[in-house]
Design a binder for this molecule. Structure first.
Ligand SMILES: *Cc1c(COP(=O)(O)O)cnc(C)c1O
Length: 577
């Protein structure tokens, strides 16, 4: 509830001192010393809908601080040193519904202490472990506008201009992938019975939507059979005389494909992982072999999925060759470019994705490399008619022939996130995105060079985009790995795994910087899995100096390992003997 008294006392404190934290503390101390209680009255409820937070109220000051210096605000309020999760859980342990209201300012205090303080500083330039990074400033007020408008994209009656805007964004992204001509977009972009794609919450739903379309188009109505959408998978397989369906993707495929197979009733085991070559790209010969084998066994291939920027290593499958195989087996070719798709905005690097224009559908997450906040995924379809396979209608909304976007999206009520993609495309522009993407790739190359040149590190996967993996390996151990037997290599690698985990965990806990870790098969170790550091260099504010500091910190942390480092060196001694 809004609190008048607090506003008054706050104003006087604000004039005396400009230091944000100090003010906040003063106010909060004052508040706790007087016993004020909020109460749920008609009047107080009316106030929260009609009276804005005063600029000098707690929330007002926070808003001002955020809009003037977000990085500073986050840096100040997020506690760097990590608290164990089980400690944090204690702050969120009660399941009792709040029976009585709280003042907004009191609640803000609570949020700052319990939630913000223990959040992850994803926009920090030294947080380079994940695909979630910094956002441009204009996103903050625009997001506020979007929330304020509270449009619902499910139907035109609650979104009006947002619907054509979203269709336009899908058109732009479609053009980015397929590059059709003006006439094509004029014809289809706003056509009620067609759709160039589907906007959704993220890559997972985008992949699911693509496979849903593929499934319904493959098992479509035929004679007496009314189609899988109406009669279900069991009858569909019987009608078409298939023993099962399969989705083929490299072993680096994203787990959302398994979720999709599960939801679509195909089963997770129908997602078949094809081995990759030493560059983490799908092995085309093995893919072809598997296609033959499945077809022979009357398993219908539902879709080949190419990955354009794998989540773990950032590599891109040979899309051209995959498209050719998909055509031969008459199957839906989907490209999961959730993370890497934004590379198409760079004229310099878009060639890396050659063949993507042959895909029947492509997933792209705007909330990854397009610097849009979480909740902005999309899938585009080459054929504007293919989404009719998942069309749903209802009487009171989504009437036939309406332009309601909800008739061909999995999600129902949906926010106007497309506006943020639209604004970013205009404000940053294709050229601006190209600069950001080129910079990220250059930075990844720089970091890879530093790692390769460093005597104590091993580059495990080279960056094709701005993602790479590496690990800390003392130089004596590196020398030994060259000559060791397979058995010795295995012992060493298991010790190195422990050391990698130790360093990564410590670094995260210290809170200065963050790299993630993952386990990947490495061909030079006979395809055995090793634990590696994984970095994604998307934050434009990450400097070379920060990267060098991260390596230096990792060396220091390694030397603090009282257990694994000595054990490793003992192994080296054994080999040299
Ligand atoms: C991130 C990612 C996804 C999933 O996207 P969400 O937005 O997290 O749902 C799917 N595929 C790939 C390759 C990804 O990198």
């Amino acid at each position: 509830m809004l609190d008048e008294n607090e506003q008054v006392s706050f104003r006087s404190a604000y004039q005396v001192n400009q230091g944000f934290k100090l003010i906040l503390r003063t106010v909060l101390n004052k508040m706790s010393s007087t016993s004020r209680r909020a109460s749920a009255t008609q009047e107080s409820l009316h106030r929260i809908f009609t009276i804005p937070e005063a600029p000098d109220s707690t929330l007002g000051v926070i808003e001002k601080e955020m809009s003037e210096n977000l990085l500073g605000f986050l840096g100040q309020h997020i506690v760097a040193v990590e608290k164990p999760l089980n400690e944090i859980e204690k702050d969120f342990a009660s399941s009792a519904l709040p029976e009585e209201p709280e003042f907004v300012s009191d609640h803000m205090h609570h949020l700052l202490n319990k939630l913000v303080a223990q959040s992850v500083h994803t926009s920090s330039p030294s947080f380079i472990g994940h695909m979630t990074s910094a956002l441009p400033y204009f996103i903050l007020p625009l997001s506020k506008l979007m929330v304020g408008l509270n449009q619902n994209l499910v139907k035109i009656e609650t979104s009006k201009a947002f619907t054509p805007l979203e269709r336009q964004v899908l058109g732009m992204m479609h053009r980015l992938v397929y590059g059709d001509d003006d006439h094509f977009y004029q014809q289809w972009m706003h056509s009620a019975n067609h759709s160039l794609g589907a906007f959704c919450s993220g890559g997972t739903v985008a992949n699911l939507t693509a496979l849903w379309v593929a499934r319904n188009n493959l098992l479509k109505a035929d004679g007496d059979f009314k189609g899988v959408a109406r009669e279900g998978l069991y009858k569909a397989l019987k009608h078409y005389d298939y023993e099962g369906l399969a989705i083929l993707v490299s072993e680096r495929g994203h787990y959302s494909l398994k979720k999709s197979a599960d939801v679509l009733g195909i089963g997770q085991e129908s997602v078949i992982a094809i081995p990759t070559d030493e560059h983490n790209k799908i092995d085309i010969a093995k893919l072809e072999q598997k296609c033959q084998e499945l077809t022979r066994n009357k398993i219908r291939i539902l879709s080949l999925v190419g990955v354009a920027g794998t989540t773990e290593t950032g590599n891109i499958d040979p899309l051209m060759q995959m498209a050719e195989i998909a055509e031969r087996y008459d199957t839906h070719f989907h490209v999961d470019a959730a993370w890497g798709g934004a590379t198409l905005l760079s004229n310099k690097h878009r060639g890396l994705m050659a063949g993507i224009e042959l895909a029947d559908s492509v997933t792209i997450d705007a909330h990854k490399q397009m610097y849009v906040p979480m909740g902005a995924g999309l899938v585009v379809f080459k054929n504007p008619a293919s989404v009719s396979a998942i069309e749903h209608h209802a009487e009171y909304i989504l009437r036939k022939g309406s332009k309601d976007l909800g008739s061909h999206t999995l999600e129902g009520s949906r926010p106007g996130m497309a506006m943020l993609v639209y604004a970013s495309l205009h404000i940053i522009s294709r050229q601006g995105y190209e600069m950001l993407i080129n910079q990220s790739l250059d930075k990844a190359q720089y970091f890879a060079d530093q790692i390769s040149a460093h005597p104590e590190f091993e580059l495990v996967t080279k960056p094709e985009l701005c993602l790479l993996t590496y690990r800390y390996v003392p130089k004596e151990v590196q020398a030994m790995l060259e000559i060791a037997s397979d058995e010795q290599v295995e012992v060493i690698n298991s010790l190195l795994d422990k050391l990698t985990k130790f360093i990564q965990k410590r670094q995260r806990e210290n809170g200065k910087s963050f790299v993630s870790r993952t386990r990947i098969e490495v061909s030079r170790y006979q395809g055995k899995k090793v634990l590696v550091f994984r970095v994604v260099l998307a934050n434009p504010l990450t400097t070379k100096e920060i990267l060098n500091d991260i390596l230096a910190e990792q060396c220091e942390l390694a030397s603090e390992s009282k257990q694994y480092l000595p054990e490793l060196l003992a192994q080296v001694a054994k080999v040299s003997v």
